[in-house]
Ligand binder design. Structure first.
Ligand code: SAM
Length: 287
C-alpha cells in the first residue's frame, strides 16, 4: 500500500483508480503489447464515475432520442460501460451493438453483459471499416475514440454510412489542450500539459474541427455541448503524476522540476486541495 492509500479512509480505497503509469497511447492497440487490461479498465471506470461527464452522456441520449425500440451502435465501445447502460435505455424492443478494435475489451464486454443478464452484441472491428451494412442503426455513437484514430474522417464516414437516413450520431471527445490542474508553478505546468496534449493522442484538438468534419461526412443539424469535467482527487492525482513523469522522461521539463510538480500533486491530494479538470465536448448530428 502506498502512503497515499494509507492516508485514505478504508471505505474509499477500493474505488481508487489503478492508473499510475498508464499510457493513453495503448488505446490505439490494446492487443499489441499492453500486458493486461486492468489499469485501462480502472481508468475508464474512474472517468465513467465523473458526474459532469455523466451529464454529457445523458445529453447524448436525449439529443439522439435513444429510447425504447432504438437500434444503437457504440463505436470503440471498450468493455461496454455505456453500451450496457444504453441496452437498458432501449428496452423494450431496441438493441445495442458494440464494436471495438480490442479483442480483450470485446471479451470483457461480453462477460459483463452476461453477468448482468443483458443482451448486447459485441464484435471486434475497426471504426474505419465497420462490419455492418448501410443504414443499419437509428443511432451511432463514439465516446473518447476518434482522438486515437489515424483517420477520424474515415470513421465519421463509416458512422454516417451505417446510420439510417434521419438517424442520429453522437461523438463525445475531450480537447487535450484544456487539461487543467491547480499546482503552483505555471511555467512547469504549462510545459507538462503541452507535452501531454502533443503526445498523448493522435488528434488532441479534434473538437475544433469536428463540426465541419461531420458535415463533410454527410451529416447535418450539428449541435455542440460542452462541460469542463472536474476529476475526482484520486483520478487527478494518479493521471497527472503520470503526465508529469512522462514529460520529464521525454525531456520536456527537467527531472527536478517534474519531481517538485508531482510531489505538490501528492501533497495537495493528501491535504484535499487538489483541483483538476478536462474539457469534454458532445457533438450530435442528423444523417
Ligand atoms: C479511451 S477508450 C474509450 C472506450 C469507451 N468508448 C468508453 O468511453 O468507455 C478508447 C477505445 O477505442 C478503441 N479503439 C481504438 N482504436 C480503434 C479502432 N480503430 N476501431 C475501433 N475501436 C478502436 C480502444 O480499443 C478503446 O476501447
Amino acid at each position: 500500500m502506498t502512503r497515499t492509500e494509507a492516508n485514505r479512509p478504508a471505505a474509499n480505497r477500493s474505488a481508487a483508480p489503478r492508473t499510475e503509469g498508464l499510457s493513453l497511447h495503448a488505446f490505439t492497440d490494446l492487443d499489441d503489447d499492453a500486458p493486461e487490461i486492468g489499469p485501462f479498465v480502472s481508468a475508464l471506470e474512474a472517468f465513467d464515475r465523473l458526474p459532469l461527464l455523466g451529464e454529457l452522456k445523458k445529453l447524448a441520449i436525449q439529443r439522439t432520442r435513444t429510447g425504447p425500440g432504438a437500434t444503437v451502435l457504440d463505436v470503440g465501445c471498450g468493455f461496454g460501460l455505456e453500451s450496457l447502460r444504453l441496452a437498458r435505455a432501449v428496452t423494450p424492443g431496441g438493441s445495442v451493438t458494440g464494436v471495438d478494435a480490442s479483442a480483450r475489451f470485446v471479451a470483457e464486454a461480453q462477460r459483463r453483459a452476461a453477468a448482468e443478464g443483458l443482451t448486447v452484441t459485441f464484435v471486434e472491428g475497426d471504426a474505419a471499416d465497420l462490419p455492418f451494412p448501410d443504414d443499419a442503426f437509428d443511432v451511432t455513437r463514439a465516446e473518447r475514440v476518434l482522438v486515437y484514430l489515424p483517420d477520424p474522417d474515415a470513421a465519421l464516414a463509416e458512422m454516417v454510412r451505417v446510420t439510417r437516413p434521419g438517424g442520429r450520431i453522437a461523438v463525445i471527445t475531450p480537447d487535450f489542450d484544456t487539461n487543467t490542474i491547480g499546482v503552483g508553478d505555471r511555467a512547469t505546468t504549462r510545459a507538462i500539459l503541452a507535452h501531454e496534449a502533443d503526445t498523448a493522442v493522435v488528434h488532441p484538438w479534434l473538437p475544433r474541427t469536428l463540426g465541419p468534419a461531420l458535415r463533410a461526412a454527410g451529416a447535418h443539424d450539428v449541435e455542440v455541448a460542452s462541460r469542463m469535467v472536474v476529476l475526482s482527487p484520486d483520478l487527478a492525482a494518479s493521471y497527472f503524476a503520470t503526465v508529469g513523469r512522462s514529460a520529464a522522461a521525454a525531456g520536456a521539463v527537467s527531472e527536478e522540476d517534474a519531481q517538485v510538480w508531482v510531489a505538490e500533486i501528492a501533497q495537495r491530494h493528501r491535504e484535499g486541495t487538489l483541483f483538476a479538470a478536462i474539457g469534454y465536448y458532445l457533438f450530435t448530428a442528423t444523417v
